[in-house]
Design a protein around this ligand. Structure first.
Ligand SMILES: Cc1cc2nc3c(=O)[nH]c(=O)nc-3n(C[C@H](O)[C@H](O)[C@H](O)COP(=O)(O)OP(=O)(O)OC[C@H]3O[C@@H](n4cnc5c(N)ncnc54)[C@H](O)[C@@H]3O)c2cc1C
Length: 614
């Protein structure tokens, strides 16, 4: 088998294997060392942890900080806030656990050199909003990465993890992972007594608004490729709330964030006629969701809903009124700096389109849907909760352990816990790291073992796209369309079209129904069958091929969950046209799925939502 015969196989042993060196992965690596002084802690990352993940280009605010030392907020307040925003459905035990620990994490960031803005009058951190504090955050990720680097036994950058490995004798116990080096092509076999998946969220599963030459510009990081979901799904871990995709209202074409504009600059939105429009849709929204429309703050999805309705009524676009705030030179500076430290592309788009927010109120738009567990949304793995706080039904082992033995998760990976953001993801990584150390220490002599035949078979599968390309490329003399292989980009576009048209993307105005979802599942199945014919001309394309595999599996999960929940819980994120109303009687619950890799079947069930906090 040609191309990959010359590659080395590298074996790496670890006690704790952290997959993904973003915010949660760095937190897990750091904390694992704190509790496991003598353990071998390995972090493996497909990019370079120095600038990887959703925080790669920096942030302008830390969105989850209680301020308990100044009595600004208590963890209970944050749980109430997240529960309200998610229309009642969050894992309160997990959310509380993050909220009670997140401040200590932010204090560490400051100790490590992250400049946090201060209120000159009070000396406290400068608040952007009730939960957000402002930072000079261009170097946020390198600062956090340094802490992980100093804690890890080894960091392996540039390794794309494709599959988890299971224990030779116990089918539901994890034993490691495999992947390949995206620069050298070497095959990596990692043994791990405990594995922490922290591989980020998922963009590019729905067709983005930016297509063609602009398709790399999405709101969530384009390199967030759903591994956080696909890796656990492949081995049968239960997932939760995968239907809870998120749609963001952002500045048009650059996806520039609006948080600082609303909260700090106090700008507001209006329709094309310069009118307030949210109140126009109050009765309509109340009809769909009942009293949830009266909650404060108004849930994010419902604000999107008002925008979508107003635009559909012909009074779009919705624009952000910046002209007033930008008269103040300080506010003008903040408005631009907000992008320069986080989404520089938005500043470039405005410059290229002759938009100066001092003179023009810029357009907003709603994004394509994304899947993640750390923002105003909570898709991800179903995890065991903290021993001192979780109800019995949410506890089956160690904190943040999934339903697979020894498999932990944090950040975007873990479901049911919205609004953790960068700081909460790092804090959750720490919680997972601490629990994983305990798990490893408790193992004693009962160590997991990997199976040689399992990783050798996977090696064949992983490099097959290089072989497919090599064999098939001479069948065509030019162009990129081949009768015998599918390029990763073509597969991605096919996936995005299916999700867009059948599962509630932008071109369907976020609408779907039973028939569409079932058709989507059929088409995804056909796409899955074709993935064995992916062709990769080089290692870069091989990485794309595996990112696509992960995106397809996560998309299948999203589609099954959306089909299972027969209501519209989050209008503005998506609509079930055949069940347009929120239905608390039957659906005030979590949705859980389990994938059976051998049969390709999905098993769905409901789980109760426990309200622990009043
Ligand atoms: C545009 C934008 C704006 C945001 N604004 C804010 C804000 O203002 N304030 C705030 O607090 N938060 C903000 N966030 C949220 C914050 O970035 C996330 O909550 C946080 O990064 C999630 O942490 P994570 O570790 O789960 O994922 P990430 O930080 O994305 O890390 C995932 C890591 O896994 C790696 N990886 C993925 N797949 C594989 C694989 N197969 N093998 C090996 N490695 C892999 C990735 O390369 C990455 O390093 C924003 C996010 C975005 C995208």
């Amino acid at each position: 088998m040609g191309l990959f015969k010359s590659k080395k196989t590298v074996f790496v042993d670890s006690d704790i294997l952290v997959i993904g060196g973003g915010m949660a992965g760095c937190g897990a690596t750091y904390e694992s060392r704190y509790w496991g002084r003598d353990l071998k802690i390995v972090c493996v990352e497909k990019a370079n942890i120095e600038r990887s993940g959703a925080v790669a280009q920096g942030l302008y605010a830390i969105n989850c900080y209680m301020g308990m030392r100044w009595d600004e907020n208590q963890p209970e307040d944050h749980v109430r806030y997240a529960r309200n925003d998610l229309m009642g459905l969050v894992r309160e035990d997990l959310g509380y656990d993050i909220a009670r620990h997140v401040d200590a994490t932010v204090h560490l960031f400051e100790e490590w050199g992250l400049p946090i803005m201060k209120d000159p009058e009070t000396g406290r951190y400068l608040r952007e909003g009730k939960w957000q504090i402002m930072i000079h955050g261009e170097s946020y990720k390198p600062i956090v990465a340094e802490a992980a680097r100093k804690s890890a036994t080894d960091i392996y950058n540039r390794i794309m993890v494709t599959h988890l490995l299971m224990d030779k004798t116990r089918p539901n116990r994890v034993a490691g992972a495999v992947g390949f080096n995206v620069r050298t092509g070497d095959f990596y076999v990692f043994r791990g007594k405990a594995v922490i998946v922290a591989a980020g969220g998922a963009s590019h599963i729905f067709k983005p608004r930016s297509t063609g030459e602009g398709m790399g510009r999405t709101w969530y990081a384009p390199w967030s490729s759903a591994s956080a979901y696909a890796l656990p799904i492949q081995v049968g871990a239960k997932m939760t709330q995968m239907e809870n995709r998120i749609v963001l209202t952002r500045f048009k074409d650059g996806y520039g964030p609006v948080g600082a504009y609303f909260l700090h600059l106090k700008t507001y939105t209006e329709n094309v006629n310069g009118e307030e429009y949210e109140s126009t849709w109050y009765e309509d929204t109340k009809e769909l969701v009942g009293d949830y429309v009266d909650r404060h703050p108004v849930p994010t999805c419902l604000r999107n809903h008002a925008i979508l309705k107003e635009v559909a009524a012909g009074r779009g676009p919705i624009r952000m009124v910046t002209k007033e705030a930008f008269k103040d030179p300080h506010m003008e500076t903040v408005g631009w700096e907000n992008f320069l430290g986080m989404t520089i592309g938005q500043a470039v788009v405005w410059a290229s389109q002759n938009i100066d927010p001092k003179h023009t109120n810029p357009e907003l738009t709603t994004s394509e849907p994304y899947v993640m567990g750390s923002h105003a949304t909570c898709s991800g793995a179903w995890a065991s909760g903290p021993e001192d706080y979780a109800p019995d039904e949410y506890q089956w082992g160690y904190n943040r352990m999934m339903t697979v033995d020894g498999l932990f998760g944090a950040g975007d990976t873990i479901g049911g816990t919205a609004h953790k953001f960068s700081s909460g993801s790092f804090a959750e990584g720490r919680l997972a790291g601490k629990a994983a150390v305990k798990y490893v220490n408790d193992l004693g002599n009962d160590q997991p073992e990997i199976s040689e035949s399992e990783y050798e078979n996977l090696m064949q599968v992983i490099y097959q796209p290089l072989e497919n390309y090599k064999v098939g490329r001479n069948e065509i003399v030019g162009g990129t369309v081949s009768p015998s292989y599918l390029l990763p980009l073509h597969g991605l576009q096919r996936l995005e079209k299916i999700m867009d048209e059948y599962v509630g993307g932008i071109s369907a105005n976020y609408m779907t129904n039973d028939w569409g979802l079932n058709r989507g599942i059929e088409l995804l199945q056909m796409l899955k069958e074709d993935l064995v014919h992916l062709g990769a001309e080089d290692l870069h394309q091989l990485q794309r091929a595996w990112e696509l595999n992960h995106r397809v599996l996560a998309s299948e999960s999203v589609t099954h969950h959306t089909l299972f929940r027969e209501e519209t819980r989050w209008p503005g994120y998506y609509y079930r046209g055949d069940h347009m109303k929120l239905d608390d009687k039957d659906w005030h619950c979590f949705t859980l799925s389990r994938y059976h890799a051998e049969s390709g079947k999905w098993e769905m069930e409901k789980a109760p939502v426990y309200h622990i906090i009043d």
